[in-house]
Design a protein around this ligand. Structure first.
Ligand SMILES: Cc1cc2nc3c(=O)[nH]c(=O)nc-3n(C[C@H](O)[C@H](O)[C@H](O)COP(=O)(O)OP(=O)(O)OC[C@H]3O[C@@H](n4cnc5c(N)ncnc54)[C@H](O)[C@@H]3O)c2cc1C
Length: 454
């Protein structure tokens, strides 16, 4: 089959052997890859999306509970100002709702709930404020190599250190002994402050999607139909004056342009010929994926809303430490979302589902009662064990390096273009950033195709 693609001057042909020819090959069917493909299709460009996993969505993934509710094991919150994400949800017919949240979460250490005016909470707030202010100015040069963990060790008070440790881990998914103070304050600056990162209402955890945020990537992929090929891990990318050849675990694809949307540490698994320029190789070598475990416990009803405190938002200071949110959809069964990050997320891998269930929900018994131990359903995922995503929420810079600061670079290398949430100018690391980068790269590729066609 041969034909000229409208508006691009680029010829499309399909061979009968195992080489498929397209105009643009997109590596990765996460939010950024699907948005890029959708935008290019809208301009009449022939696109193929190659996805290594057996499902599209990448770091977004919705499941259905035994009670019929939809829940997210990957990205879910629509943060304040995440207007692209909110518009996409509305466009795809999904329902946005504000997360139910108390004035402040309960800080719980075993059976104890720390009063908001306790020395621990006040001291932690003072450190958070100091970081917030510090992030407004360039960090001292020595902070590039100084880890958050080293810095925290100087904070007086075991419980204050623990509280800060859990908050920073759950917010970034970094191993704090592998995350520099400079990278952290850069991230804070990029995201418009710590308050914005940590807050529910008015911050990054403001709204949810009743059908599950993962439904959006499912719908985008369904609309693209056969243009999304799953089970196709791209193993090598060769480019020359005539275009790009991508070898996958199943076949070969020839394209005029390729868009790589996989985060830099995962992109390092692809063999590039000719080799990538040093700045991209460094970026791959100097970044790693965060470690995060996420679980959703599903109950017939959000029973905690009838209790004295009427909420179930907690920061757990026990072991493992983590955060708990009430993500119950409107009129639906009760959903408790549990997040554990960094090294403590990986520690959970050595126990079984029942052990993780006990270790996490067990910490809530003194605060919500024994009913919390008997959910109707339990969904969980350790993202750092996902061989395709590699981890989450996002790629992080290793201490002593600055290549992986946000936004990560995306200048094209010949016919290779780069996207993915890490490259976004705004809200990098979030779904909003993934959408922004997908739209940006589609415009970039269109411009370059039109330039070639002239
Ligand atoms: C547990 C968790 C909670 C999160 N919570 C939130 C939240 O509440 N709100 C929010 O905004 N964001 C959240 N995020 C972040 C958000 O999910 C991501 O920013 C976003 O989904 C990233 O999209 P992406 O397209 O850039 O990358 P990905 O989704 O990672 O897409 C890249 C794709 O490339 C594929 N791939 C990798 N290697 C290859 C290869 N060699 N060949 C072919 N395909 C390949 C991967 O399988 C993947 O599908 C969360 C993430 C996680 C993991």
């Amino acid at each position: 089959m041969r034909g000229e693609r409208e508006g691009t001057g680029v010829r499309e042909e399909r061979c009968t052997d195992t080489t498929t020819i397209t105009t643009v090959a997109v590596v990765g069917a996460g939010m950024s890859g699907l948005i890029a493909a959708r935008e290019l299709r809208r301009e009449g460009v022939d696109v193929l999306v190659l996805e290594s996993a057996d499902r599209p969505g990448g770091r977004m993934m919705a499941e259905t509970s035994v009670l019929g509710s939809r829940l997210d094991l990957g990205g879910q919150w629509v943060g304040h100002g995440h207007h692209r994400f909110a518009s996409l949800a509305t466009e795809l017919g999904a329902e946005l709702f504000p997360m139910r949240t108390p004035k402040r979460p309960g800080f719980v250490d075993g059976p104890r709930r720390l009063p908001p005016m306790s020395p621990t909470v006040l001291a932690a707030n003072a450190v958070l404020l100091a970081w917030e202010l510090r992030a407004k100015r360039p960090a001292p040069a020595k902070w590039t190599g100084r880890t958050v963990d080293t810095w925290l060790r100087k904070v007086p008070g075991r419980q204050t250190r623990r509280l800060l440790d859990v908050l920073v881990s759950v917010t970034t998914t970094a191993d704090l002994d592998r995350y520099s103070m400079d990278a952290f304050t850069e991230a804070v600056r990029h995201h418009g402050g710590l308050t914005a990162m940590l807050s529910t209402s008015g911050g990054a955890q403001e709204k949810l999607i009743a059908e599950g945020a993962g439904t959006l990537t499912e719908r985008l992929a369904a609309d693209l139909g056969e243009r999304v090929l799953t089970g196709r891990r791209v193993t090598s990318i060769h480019h020359d004056d005539d275009g790009v050849t991508l070898r996958t675990t199943a076949d070969t694809v020839r394209a005029v342009r390729a868009i790589v949307t996989v985060p830099p540490p995962m992109s390092a698994r692809i063999a590039y010929d000719p080799p990538l320029p040093p700045h991209r190789t460094m970026l791959q070598q100097h970044t790693y994926m965060g470690s995060v475990y996420k679980a959703i416990a599903v109950y017939e009803r959000p029973f905690w809303r009838q209790q004295r405190k009427r909420h179930a938002e907690f920061i757990l200071l026990g072991h493992p430490g983590g955060a708990v949110f009430d993500t119950t959809p409107p009129g639906g069964p009760g959903h408790l979302c549990v997040l554990v990050a960094g090294a403590e997320a990986r520690e959970l891998d050595s126990t079984d589902t029942a052990g993780r269930h006990r270790a996490l929900l067990g910490q809530l018994v003194p605060h919500l009662g024994p009913r919390v131990l008997a959910p109707a359903d339990w969904h969980e995922k350790s993202w750092h064990l996902d061989e395709h995503a590699g981890g989450g929420y996002a790629a992080l810079a290793t201490p002593g390096t600055t290549d992986g600061y946000l936004p990560m670079p995306s200048q094209p290398v010949g016919p290779l273009h780069w996207a993915g949430t890490e490259t976004a100018n705004e809200h990098a690391g979030y779904v909003e950033g993934a959408i922004e980068s997908g739209e940006r790269v589609a415009r970039e590729v269109l411009r370059s195709l039109r330039h070639t066609a002239l």
